[in-house]
Ligand binder design. Structure first.
Ligand code: PMT
Length: 401
C-alpha cells in the first residue's frame, strides 16, 4: 500500500515513546503522506505541540472543546478528512478508552467519528502489556477491525526487557504499507501437532497436541515474508495462507519429511509434540484381551530437533519445551543438549499448553530471556517470530559456524 498522498491522522498519547513521534511524522511525510496530529493531555507531558506542528506543517489539535480550532477544520471534518488513523504511542489507557467507546476527548471522539481504518502502536511496560485487561481490550479492538502494530520486543524505558516497546518509526511506516516482510527471502521448516506411534492396526501412542501453536508459528513466519514448509502430525486444522503443508503420522515420518526439506532452510522451528518412544514392533492384527497384563516394549524415537541442530551449515534452530515442573532449568537443559538457538518453554497439564486457544511462553537463548504472558497462540507466534527475526544472524555468519 503506498502512503503517497495518504491523509494520516496521528494520535499521540502519553507514553515515553511519544518522543519518537517527530521522527515518525518525518518518515510518514517522506513516504508522501499528509499528516495531521492530535495529542492527548498526557502526550503534552512528554512532547510539545509546537514540535509536532513544526514537523507536520499543520497546527496540532489538543482539545475537543476548542472554539478557535473548530472554526477551522472541526473534529467531524478532521475525522472525515483522514484516510487512516494511527495512534502511536497507544497507552493502556487509550486502548481501554477505545475498547469502551469513550468520547470525552478529541482523540477518542475522532476514532468514533471516522470511517477510516484505525491502527494502534501500543507502548507500555511488559507487565502492563501482559495484563489480562489490556489483552482483552486489544482483542476487542481487533475484532472491530482495528490493527495492532507490534509491540516490539526488547529493552524498555523502565529498564526491563520484554514485549511492549513501541515499534520504531521505520517499522510502523513499513507496517502501514503492508505487514513488514522482516524474513523475506528466508526459508523455514516448522513442525506441528502430535505424532501417532502405531501399536496395532487400530491403536496408537499419541498426545493431546492440537497443532494450533505450530500452525500459528507457520502463519506468523509466512506473514513476515518467509517461505514456510509445515510438517504436520495428525491434526484437524486448515493450512495457513502462504504455507506449504506435508502431513505425517509418526516421528520417523516427521524426521524424513523434515530432512527432505531442511537442506536450503535458514530456520527450523520444532513445535511438534514428538513422541519420545514408539512401540518396538507393530502388531499385524488387533491385539486381543488375554486376561493377563500386557507389556509393550518401547524404543526411543530419533530427536528431530537435535538432528537438525547438528547440521552444518546450521539453520537457526528454535525448539519448544513442554514442562510440568522446573520450567527454566529444563528449558535451558534442552537448549544446550539439543543445540538449539532458542527454546520456547511452556507449562503443560490439565487445560494448559496442549489443545488450548491461549498460552504463556518463556523464551530462552544462551544469553537472553523473554516472558510472553498469557495471550492467543497467534499473538504469541507473532512475538516469537519478532524475536527470531531479531536474533537471526546474517546467513553468511551462520554458515561459518
Ligand atoms: O499443539 P497445541 O495444542 O497448540 O499445543 C502446543 C504445544 C504444547 C504442543 C507446544 O507449545 C509445545 O510445547 N511443543 C513441544 C512439545 C514437546 O514435545 O516438548 P518436549 O519438551 O518433549 O520436546 C522439546 C523439543 O524437542 C520440541 O521442540 C520437540 O518438537 C523436539 N523433539 C522432541 C522429541 C523428539 N523425538 N524429537 C523432537 O524434535
Amino acid at each position: 500500500m503506498t502512503l503517497n498522498g495518504r491523509r494520516i491522522l496521528l494520535g499521540v498519547t502519553g507514553g515515553i515513546a511519544a518522543y519518537k513521534t517527530p521522527e515518525l511524522v518525518r518518515r510518514l511525510r517522506e513516504a508522501g503522506a499528509d499528516v495531521r496530529v492530535v495529542m492527548s493531555a498526557g502526550a503534552e507531558a512528554f512532547i510539545t505541540p509546537l514540535t509536532l506542528q513544526a514537523v507536520s506543517g499543520h497546527r496540532v489539535r489538543t482539545h475537543l472543546l476548542d472554539a478557535e480550532a473548530e472554526a477551522g477544520m472541526g473534529h467531524i471534518e478532521l475525522a472525515r478528512w483522514a484516510d487512516q488513523v494511527l495512534i502511536a504511542p497507544a497507552t493502556a489507557q487509550v486502548i481501554a478508552r477505545l475498547a469502551h467507546g469513550f468520547a470525552d476527548d478529541l482523540l477518542s471522539t475522532l476514532v468514533l467519528a471516522t470511517e477510516a481504518g484505525v491502527w494502534i502502536a501500543p507502548a507500555m511496560n511488559r507487565v502492563m502489556w501482559d495484563a489480562r485487561a489490556v489483552r482483552e481490550n486489544c482483542r476487542v479492538l481487533e475484532a472491530r477491525g482495528m490493527h495492532v502494530l507490534g509491540p516490539g520486543v526488547g529493552d524498555q524505558a523502565c529498564g526491563e526487557q520484554g514485549a511492549g516497546r513501541m515499534l520504531e518509526p521505520d517499522e510502523i511506516v513499513g507496517q502501514l504499507r503492508g505487514r513488514e516482510p522482516v524474513l523475506a527471502g528466508l526459508r523455514f521448516v516448522v513442525t506441528a501437532g502430535p505424532t501417532h506411534e502405531p501399536i496395532d492396526p487400530v491403536r496408537f501412542l499419541g498426545n493431546r497436541s492440537s497443532g494450533r501453536m505450530g500452525f500459528a508459528v507457520a502463519e506468523a513466519l509466512a506473514e513476515a515474508g518467509a517461505r514456510v514448509d509445515l510438517v504436520a502430525g495428525p491434526v484437524r486444522l486448515a493450512t495457513p495462507p502462504g504455507v506449504e503443508r506435508f502431513d505425517v503420522a509418526t516421528a520417523e515420518e516427521m524426521l524424513s519429511a523434515v530432512s527432505a526439506r531442511i537442506d536450503h532452510a535458514d530456520g527450523f522451528v520444532g513445535v511438534a509434540a514428538v513422541a519420545d518412544y514408539r512401540p518396538a514392533s507393530l502388531a499385524g492384527d488387533k491385539i486381543k484381551k488375554s486376561g493377563q497384563p500386557l507389556t509393550l516394549q518401547l524404543v526411543e524415537n530419533p530427536d528431530i530437533l537435535a538432528t537438525v541442530a547438528r547440521r552444518r551449515p546450521k539453520p537457526f534452530v528454535v525448539g519448544f519445551a513442554a514442562e510440568t515442573r522446573d520450567l527454566e532449568s529444563a528449558a535451558r537443559g534442552k537448549l544446550k543438549a539439543k543445540g538449539a538457538d532458542l527454546i520456547a518453554a511452556n507449562r503443560v497439564g490439565q487445560n494448559r499448553g496442549f489443545d488450548t486457544e491461549d498460552n504463556t511462553l518463556e523464551v530462552f537463548g544462551a544469553d537472553c530471556h523473554w516472558s510472553l504472558g498469557n495471550r492467543s497462540k497467534r499473538d504469541l507466534a507473532r512475538e516469537l517470530v519478532a524475536i527470531i527475526a531479531e536474533r537471526m544472524q546474517p546467513k553468511e555468519h551462520r554458515n561459518q559456524q
